[in-house]
Design a protein around this ligand. Structure first.
Ligand SMILES: [Zn+2]
Length: 387
């Protein structure tokens, strides 16, 4: 009896230990899914102007305004107070500060690993949604290493090689799509992806109708280059919220979890041209995607939503007006990026980690910690990811 009892105790100890190990491996595990939304160029006044444009004027609430934890991000790059989107996306994706123009590479050319590819290595599903070309700097820094954001063909190949589960945005030209037939040209690099099992959709209808099957890999290319601004969007182009919803349908199937990055790229592009109405249109469209991400996170505990910007564009300001929004005056300081701090918003497990004033490189590092990824940031072997 005594022996049996000792064995039982021993067995219980073993089971308990195993249980603890299982808990702790899962335990970075407070966060299973990550939705990172980047409003490119989105400063505080851009958000203010979009809020005032709503029916209740300055009294209105954006989806962003409902997020419980907020902070500031300092965005400068290693060679410029005003970062570009490549260096800023590198900071967000890899946790390293670099020079303007570089994609997930350090100033000496060393390649560094993105949190999205790290998540992929660990068996999570991954996805990119953008209103820019998929080869544009922000999405590219999450998937490829390049010394320059201008190497579009190499970037497009790198994006396909990453085996990302969902890729939705513009940039059909770079993947070899015929602009008239919307089908891949004879020597399009997309053919390899199709051979690898990707499903290609070319318009809004195709995206909304695509059958979501287990292990689906989906690529949607809705414009030759960047997608249209929301105010002048063609009916064949999905909204950023529609793309986000479909991306969640795909990556949400993985019981291991997912990492999805959603970029509202046209907030920046409309700000370069100081097109206030168009900028507001794209910010409101981006806010719809934020609302959708928050709904998903409320229905799926374990989902962390982080919203931030890569930098401010335009030195934009709401200068005067009335709270109803009937009269609002704006000013622009610049046609480029500025060094202004930008907001961080967070919802979900670990959201309180995104308060205070953070360096832009700290955001991805904190997300990684919450996911239980300890070997991040990480330098890759020099040249490891080069073709
Ligand atoms: Zn820009």
């Amino acid at each position: 009896m005594g022996k049996l009892r000792r064995q039982t105790v021993l067995l219980l100890v073993i089971l308990f230990t195993l249980g603890s190990v299982a808990l702790s491996t899962q335990a970075g595990g407070s966060v299973q899914n990550v939705i990172l939304l980047i409003g490119d160029g989105m400063g505080f006044n851009h958000i203010t102007a979009a809020r005032i444009s709503m029916e209740d004027g300055a009294y209105a609430k954006l989806n962003l305004d409902t997020m419980p934890y907020t902070g500031f991000s300092i965005t400068f790059s290693s060679d410029n107070l005003a970062t570009d989107s490549a260096a800023a996306a590198t900071a967000l994706a890899t946790g390293y500060r670099t020079e303007n123009g570089r994609l997930a590479t350090l100033p000496d050319g060393t390649a560094v690993q993105s949190i999205m590819l790290k998540a992929k290595e660990r068996g999570l599903s991954t996805g990119i949604v953008t209103t820019a070309s998929l080869t544009d700097a922000t999405p590219a820094a999450f998937l490829v290493n390049a010394d320059s954001r201008t190497f579009e063909r190499t970037i497009a190949e790198g994006i396909l090689n990453s085996q990302t589960d969902v890729l939705l945005g513009g940039g059909a030209d770079a993947f070899g799509i015929n602009p008239f037939t919307r089908e891949p040209k004879a020597r399009a690099i997309l053919h390899q992806a199709l051979a690898d099992g990707y499903v290609y959709v070319q318009d809004r209808e195709g995206l909304l109708g695509v059958e979501i099957t287990p292990d689906l890999k989906l690529i949607g290319l809705f414009m030759g280059g960047n997608m249209s601004f929301e105010l002048t969007r063609f009916s064949i182009e999905p909204t950023i919220a529609e793309m986000t919803a479909r991306a969640l349908d795909v990556v949400g199937q993985n019981p291991e979890g997912f990492f999805l990055m959603v970029e509202g790229a046209s907030i920046d592009k409309t700000s370069h041209s100081q097109s206030t109405a168009e900028m507001i249109g794209d910010l409101l469209a981006f806010d719809q995607a934020v609302g959708l991400a928050l709904d998903y996170a409320k229905a799926h505990p374990g989902t962390l939503v982080v919203v931030t910007a890569d930098h401010e564009t335009g030195g934009f300001g709401v200068t005067s007006g009335v709270p109803s929004g009937e009269v609002v005056n704006y000013g622009w300081l610049s046609t480029g990026h500025t060094a202004a701090m930008v907001p961080i918003y967070a919802f979900g497990p670990g959201a309180e980690q995104f308060t205070g004033t953070l360096d832009i490189t700290e955001i991805g590092v904190r997300i990684a910690q919450l996911m239980g990824i300890t070997d991040f940031p990480a330098v890759l072997e020099k040249g490891q990811n080069e073709e």
